[in-house]
Design a protein around this ligand. Structure first.
Ligand SMILES: C[S@@+](CC[C@H](N)C(=O)[O-])C[C@H]1O[C@@H](n2cnc3c(N)ncnc32)[C@H](O)[C@@H]1O
Length: 311
């Protein structure tokens, strides 16, 4: 099986995000530049995306609060994620932001950035230089690079072109990405990071508790779409998600299922989104949340106190 079905998961995620944004779950002025199509999804799916986006944003915020403007962000399997532009609008200063995905995905992203002034304007200053190839874009502190993260030597070359530094605090994001990658490749990536970077935080969002009937149905649905979940064996439990970091040279790790992440969101905000779409009963939502998690790993001691509660 080739990488196409995995690449297609980006379209699905982006469409779901755009749909939820349109309904008012969260605001994102940029997602509609990348994805034109939306389909109505079940309220549980919209709430699931809401918890995913808010959960990750919470750690991004905490990381930036600690790391300050020297911070560097590497977003693995970034797809059409819009975090860079959202942070820019919030006035957040960071040293470097790098998005990495298969060249087929980054080529489409680079094209859309070039075609849409509001996206382009925010990635470079008036007199700043924009370096472009069909799959890569470098402008100011923003870099979008086409690379397969299973291939460390290729990744290293590309990160060098993106001016990545190994001695500044670095946030690594993998939002629903590692589950598509063979375990030995994920281990190699995590080991490589822990051997090269001095201080950092990894935020990983994906499945967990994949060991019951509910998860069999979930996996059956995903596989029916032709998508190979090469890394699923590491999603059997929260414990396995955590030990993967420890076994690959990280200083520490912690994980929460999405039930915990969701109920840690500020209650006023949670009540606001719960009024957007009515849920007959909570059971399906809770079951979904029990099968996804956020797992963090840290290098050094700077990020060892972080947890999923909002400040
Ligand atoms: C489910 S999508 C998630 C996209 C984005 N992180 C989000 O949450 O909106 C998974 C992404 O991971 C990317 N991906 C999977 N395996 C990859 C690999 N080996 N190298 C680079 N990107 C990869 C896919 O191309 C796709 O864009």
């Amino acid at each position: 099986m080739g990488d196409e079905p995995v690449i297609a998961t980006n379209d699905d995620a982006s469409e779901c995000k755009r749909g939820a944004v349109q309904l008012g779950y969260w605001s994102d002025d940029y997602i509609s530049y990348f994805v034109k199509h939306t389909e109505k999804r079940a309220p549980e799916i919209n709430r699931g995306y809401y918890a995913r986006v808010k959960g990750i944003e919470n750690f991004v915020q905490k990381f930036i609060n600690k790391a300050g403007s020297a911070a560097q962000i590497l977003n693995f399997g970034s797809g059409f994620d819009t975090l860079y532009w959202r942070l820019k609008d919030e006035g957040v200063q960071i040293a470097n932001y790098v998005e990495i995905d298969f060249p087929t995905v980054t080529a489409r992203k680079c094209y859309m950035i070039r075609r849409n002034k509001p996206l382009l304007e925010r990635i470079h200053d008036q007199d700043g230089e924009v370096k472009l190839s069909p799959t890569d874009l470098h402008a100011g502190n923003y870099h979008c690079i086409g690379a397969d993260i299973r291939n460390i030597s290729q990744l290293e070359v590309k990160l060098q072109q993106a001016e990545v530094r190994f001695n500044v605090p670095t946030l690594f994001i993998a939002e629903c990405v590692l589950v598509y990658i063979e375990n030995e490749c994920v281990n190699r990536l995590l080991s490589w990071i822990s051997s090269r970077f001095r201080s950092g935080l990894f935020v990983n969002y994906e499945m967990c508790n994949m060991n019951d009937t509910f998860s069999d149905v979930m996996l059956g649905n995903l596989r029916a779409r032709g998508c190979n979940l090469a890394g699923i064996t590491h999603c059997k439990s929260l414990e396995m998600q955590k030990t993967r970091f420890l076994n690959n040279g990280w200083s520490g790790s912690r994980s929460w299922d999405m039930v915990e992440v969701y109920y840690a969101i500020n209650s006023t905000e949670r009540h606001r989104i719960e009024k957007i779409e009515f849920l007959d009963e909570q059971e399906l939502l809770i079951q979904l949340f029990q099968h996804y998690c956020i797992c963090i790993g840290w290098l050094g001691t700077e990020f060892s106190e972080l947890n999923c509660t909002e400040d």
